[in-house]
Design a protein around this ligand. Structure first.
Ligand SMILES: [Zn+2]
Length: 251
């Protein structure tokens, strides 16, 4: 059966001499894996479509018994070319697609998640928009969509408000206040303003966040919190290749 899908390229893998296997995240069916035959030959016009982060439209032959479908043709919807001139933004976009790839193992359509990805890539490729904020918005909303929304308002033990900040222990996704927390080697202390920012990012629409007022140290804590929290829920995110590059940029 011939099917059509709108999708973002998550990753590609060379196959044989001239083919590629492409993993996509589509609006219609969620995760979608295609084999594109002959696409690496010099005559192929489709090659440029299959860069990770590209927003494309594909036509493919679908077989319900297989998890690998056959690519027929495709066209570019948005190349987000603004990313290519900016290494930081390109790295953040790669982290977005790689994190999404690790988050959606099963093939299931989730149109809101697809739209979040497309909107976030579009913001990231616009240089007038703060890049880290565009990324954080994506990451916190991805967690919400997956059902892992962080609870940053109250201590998980005594339920006191965390206005003064809270600590996240290694291997935990629960915050504890200063009174309840037993200091451990690897715990992260997250200050009140950072928790408030995470709450705002996670709870509001893009037009209400756009920019945050955190200093350099607070921004680093926010990054640390996001990843530690995420590793707890999405174990395989630890092995992301783009994370190494991200750490060099945002240390
Ligand atoms: Zn407490």
């Amino acid at each position: 059966m011939i099917e059509k899908a709108e999708a973002v390229v998550l990753k590609t893998l060379n196959h044989g001499d001239t083919s590629k296997i492409i993993t996509l995240y589509s609006r219609e069916v969620g995760r979608l894996k295609l084999i594109a035959k002959g696409v690496r030959s010099p005559k192929s016009k489709a090659m440029g479509l299959f860069q990770p982060t590209r927003h494309i439209q594909v036509i493919y032959y679908a077989k319900s018994t297989s998890d690998l479908q056959l690519f027929k043709s495709g066209e570019l919807v948005n190349g987000f070319f603004g990313l290519e001139e900016d290494f930081d933004r390109l790295t953040l976009a790669q982290v977005m697609v790689e994190l999404l790839d690790r988050s959606v193992e099963d093939e299931e359509s989730h149109p809101r998640l697809f739209q979040l990805l497309v909107d976030s890539l579009s913001r990231l490729s616009n240089r007038k928009i703060a890049s880290a904020e565009a990324y954080w918005f994506f990451h916190t909303h991805l967690l919400n969509e997956l059902g892992f929304q962080p609870h940053v308002g109250r201590c998980s033990v005594c339920r006191d408000a965390l206005d003064e900040g809270g600590s996240l222990g290694r291997g935990s996704s629960q915050l504890e206040c200063v009174k309840c927390h037993q200091p451990g080697q690897d715990s992260i202390f997250v200050s009140g303003p950072v928790l408030k920012t995470i709450q705002t990012l996670s709870d509001t629409g893009w037009k209400d966040v756009q920019k945050t007022n955190l200093n350099a140290r607070e921004r680093r804590t926010l990054w640390d919190f996001l990843w530690q929290f995420t590793f707890h829920h999405i174990e395989s995110a630890r092995g992301m290749k783009s994370l190494k590059v991200l750490r060099q940029l945002y240390g």
